[in-house]
Ligand binder design. Structure first.
Ligand code: PLP
Length: 373
């Protein structure tokens, strides 16, 4: 079966390096190389200075795997494989699934979380949230969708694009339902650590369920997408071996400089996350007043985590055309829900970037002019 084009990646490819204001990006402000290198401790600095640009260990640098394993309670460094985040999704699906398998996936979402399975000949059921209840993904809906032949449940919390984070009780129910059906769980935790209220941070799925695969990385919450460093953590070692075997056909191993920089980042994670979260919270306050000012044009649910939200535009029928016009006329990049295959009424707004205050002001000026708001 043919794999469909990755809509959001194509959309960003067309605009990301020409638009003036990226008001829909899901990654937090990127760190500079200088900033990150200056944080490195003695050991990492020495590794950086003496680094030879050879191939690296296929599953990742042992110190990197060990730094990753420290993020989890039940995971040892041997239960971590380093991949590019997006690559991790591709490898995991190919390691876990066979044609004809049934998969349940949160929807709308990051396209590869369902499209890779679909392209392999799997049947994918979409688990959609209830907008009227703050984008809640109701575990009862999962219970209705899951079947005896379900091989995999895919979740992503904090959720891209709605910013929804379930309660711990709902999260445990999701795991219980998955466990009762003997299905694997792929938990995409790329936006973890960006919970607006710290007590709402969920435990990692790989700590909670023996057949769970946590996918995470440094692209979003850490603001280091250029490193292309992510990982899969799981106690299911047999499947980890399969993933490692498949990786020989994608990248073989990671980039040597990126791995050392990633060790530096993880060893300074509290400092990096604190700064990113502060910016996210400040920008979210600006969004509060933006949506107060333009309540006749938008309705929204304040995100509980992550760096994106998914407001409904009351004032236009088709956000697809609106976003195209907006970027053409102002250089402000928003992403329409049509890019997510989720109708034409919503847009994704990202609030992790430093120039967000200026970008939202520019958007306000445009709205004033266009709608005489
Ligand atoms: C939910 C989710 N998972 C995975 C990824 C992939 O991350 P990367 O682009 O760094 O490979 C993204 C990127 O937008 C994402 O939003």
């Amino acid at each position: 079966m043919e794999i469909q084009p990755f809509e959001i990646e194509r959309y960003f490819a067309a605009h990301e390096f020409s638009a003036r204001y990226l008001l829909s990006s899901s990654d937090c402000e990127s760190l500079s190389m200088e900033e990150l290198v200056s944080m490195a401790d003695g050991e990492t600095s020495r590794m950086w200075k003496n680094l030879k640009l050879g191939y690296t260990e296929s599953c990742g640098h042992p110190l990197l795997r060990s730094s990753v394993s420290e993020l989890y309670e039940e995971i040892s460094s041997g239960e971590v494989i380093i991949t590019v985040p997006e690559e991790g999704i591709f490898l995991l699906m190919h390691a876990l699934l066979a044609p004809g398998d049934h998969v349940v996936c949160t929807f709308p979402g990051y396209q590869s979380l369902y499209e890779v399975a679909r392209s392999m000949g799997c049947e994918v059921s979409r688990w959609e949230p209830d907008e009227g209840r703050g984008w809640r993904f109701d575990p009862e809906t999962l219970a209705r969708l899951i079947r005896p032949d379900t091989a995999l449940v895919v979740i992503n919390f904090p959720h891209n694009p709605t910013g929804y984070v379930p309660s711990l009780q709902d999260f445990d129910t999701i795991i219980d339902i998955t466990r009762q059906h003997g299905a694997y769980l792929l938990s995409d935790e790329m936006y973890r650590y960006l919970e607006i209220e710290p007590h709402t941070m969920l435990p990692p799925a790989c700590d909670r369920y023996e057949m769970a695969f946590t996918l995470s990385g440094l692209s979003k919450s850490f603001g280091l997408p250029g490193l292309r460093i992510g990982w899969i953590a799981t106690r299911y070692r047999k499947k980890l071996e399969k993933i490692a075997m498949l990786k020989d056909y994608t990248t073989i191993c990671g980039s040597a400089p990126s791995e050392i920089l990633a060790i530096a980042a993880l060893r300074n994670r509290n400092r990096i996350i604190k700064k990113q979260l502060l910016r996210v919270k400040e920008n979210l306050c600006l969004l509060d007043s933006f949506f107060r000012d333009y309540h006749d044009l938008f309705s929204w649910h304040r995100p509980k985590g992550g760096s994106v939200c998914f407001p409904r535009m009351r004032a236009v029928e088709n956000t697809c055309g609106f976003c195209e016009q907006l970027v053409d006329e102002t250089g402000i990049l928003l992403v329409s829900s049509c890019i997510f295959g989720f109708g034409t009424h919503h847009v994704r707004i990202g609030f992790g970037r430093e120039n967000f205050p200026e970008a939202i002001e520019e958007l306000s000026a445009y709205l004033e002019k266009r709608f005489e708001a």
